[in-house]
Design a protein around this ligand. Structure first.
Ligand SMILES: [Cu+2]
Length: 486
């Protein structure tokens, strides 16, 4: 489905940009950090999942739209902590269905991971659950339900979890960039009739037709020449892989999925569902305009920059310093690693024997061929290792400290964003060929008919999900779990 940043069509775009709010609205997200505890032994923060309203469209074009959000807002309040802090949040369920909160990307205590039936009971309507956990890593993370997430996230239940470094990087301002696509009808309401539609489930997932950044239509940001920004980008869409181009801006990638990387110049950011990227962005040295454009279809402005006023400093700055490393586990032991295939099958144009064209060298017995004739009528159209839906047995049981290599074999015609809970992994081989280790990620985009081998140290005891973060693919069967003992 083609994406516009609004429903009215491209002819109205210019008016939207010209009438857009000022810079402050880009940052006008409520913040929970520092709120005093409600009681001596009570939670420091509360998040109330409930219906609300949001101005997803320019007011001239309709809305506000009825959404579900934390505290009725989209995005929900920012949960902000310092590296090593204890985050203490009580969820109250004001929805008419069960829910949980998953803290995406946090190397968290398993009991706080928010996966219904695996790490906790679902939180029934009217009930509460207190999440209390340490945040070992600084970086950009997010939170969202893990129950019926294909509906609950699509309706607006998500927010950022930001963990600050001990030494904040030297920038002039921080800008949040939480990208989502919404499927709205002609009246600006969430298209509810298409929830659960099998066409979406068997194809790319639920793609929207309206882009929001921070729950709003694209905005204009006023910056000064040579101003340095830190941009925290997150993709909270159900299924869309965003492609953002940076026009007229100098930018460096400084973190990926919350984990620092050596600063590298970039002009394009691809974000799969669930992924985050931190950029350092320098405004140009002269007054004028610049933009971040969304480019999966005809490019249009996702965030405009009006460069105006006196330069904030006389000259452009040089390459930013790297962020301090997070305490990731010690080196991978690839020689002794447990090798596990994760054969991804199913979906439209993929229920035939695509695995035969993958040139597979299996690490273990070939998984059974899924019986799609029996599975598809039950809404199960994707499989991992021949199993559609949550398997009884773990994909692998690793001893604490063991290195595990997951060989993602994408024998489908679709990309998938494979999300690993409780750990970060890095790609060490592609299509069976060793590559220089890639950045640590919690969510790996694996292209069709490709093999990506991602390695991690299983150092976090518990039962952990591994699933596609295209949420219709997960619900349609592309999920499994693994166990870390000890
Ligand atoms: Cu997928």
């Amino acid at each position: 489905m083609g994406l516009t940043h609004r429903l009215g069509g491209p002819t109205l775009r210019r008016r939207t940009i010209l009438s857009a709010g000022l810079a402050a609205t880009v940052l006008a997200l409520p913040r929970l950090a520092g709120r005093p505890a409600a009681a001596a032994d009570g939670p420091a923060l509360r998040l109330h999942a409930k219906p609300g309203q949001a101005g997803l469209l320019p007011s001239a074009d309709g809305g506000p739209t009825r959404i579900w959000g934390y505290d009725g807002l989209v995005p929900g309040p920012i949960v902000r902590a310092r590296k090593g802090d204890i985050v203490d949040v009580e969820l109250e369920n004001g929805l008419d269905q069960p829910t949980t909160i998953h803290w995406h990307g946090v190397r968290i205590d398993n009991a706080m991971d928010g996966v219904p039936h695996l790490t906790q009971a679902p939180v029934a309507p009217g009930e509460r659950f207190r999440y209390r956990f340490a945040v070992p890593d600084a970086g950009t993370f997010w939170y969202h339900p893990h129950h019926a997430s294909w509906e609950q996230v699509a309706r607006g239940l998500y927010g950022l979890l930001i963990v600050d470094e001990d030494d904040a990087p030297d920038v002039d301002r921080e800008i949040l960039f939480v990208a989502d696509d919404w499927r709205l009808d002609a009246d600006g309401r969430i298209d509810e009739g298409s929830f659960g539609g099998m066409h979406d489930w068997a194809h790319a997932g639920r793609l929207g037709n309206v882009l929001t950044i921070n729950g709003q239509p694209p905005q204009q940001l006023s910056v000064r020449p040579n101003e340095r920004l830190r941009l925290r980008m997150a993709n909270t869409a159900n299924a869309r892989v965003f492609s953002f181009t940076l026009d007229g801006l100098a930018a460096w990638t400084v973190a990926v999925d919350g984990q620092p990387v050596p600063p590298a110049p970039t002009g394009r950011v691809v974000l799969a569902p669930g992924q985050r990227v931190d950029l350092v962005v320098d405004a140009p040295p002269a007054v004028g305009e610049a933009a971040i454009a969304e480019a999966t279809g005809t490019p249009f402005t996702a965030l405009g920059f009006r460069v105006e006023g006196e330069p904030i400093r006389p000259d452009p700055r040089s390459t930013p310093q790297a962020l301090a490393a997070n305490p990731l586990p010690a080196a991978l032991d690839l020689a002794q690693a447990v090798q596990v295939d994760v054969v991804m099958e199913g979906g439209a144009m993929g229920m035939g024997p695509l695995r035969g064209s993958m040139g597979m060298h299996p690490h273990g017995p070939m998984p059974p061929v899924p019986d799609w004739g029996a599975l598809a009528p039950r809404g199960l159209v994707w499989a991992l290792n021949g199993v559609a839906g949550h398997p009884d047995a773990p994909l692998v049981t690793a001893m604490r400290g063991q290195t595990v290599v997951l060989h993602f074999v994408n024998a489908t015609r679709w990309p998938h964003a494979m999300h690993l809970h409780g750990h970060h992994a890095r790609v060490v081989a592609r299509d069976g060929q060793e590559v220089a280790p890639e950045p640590w990620r919690d969510t790996h985009l694996v292209d069709p008919m490709q093999v990506a081998s991602a390695a991690f140290v299983a150092d976090n005891p518990g039962d952990w999900m591994l699933h596609c973060h295209m949420l219709e693919h997960q619900a349609g069967g592309m999920e499994t779990w693994f166990r870390v003992t000890g």
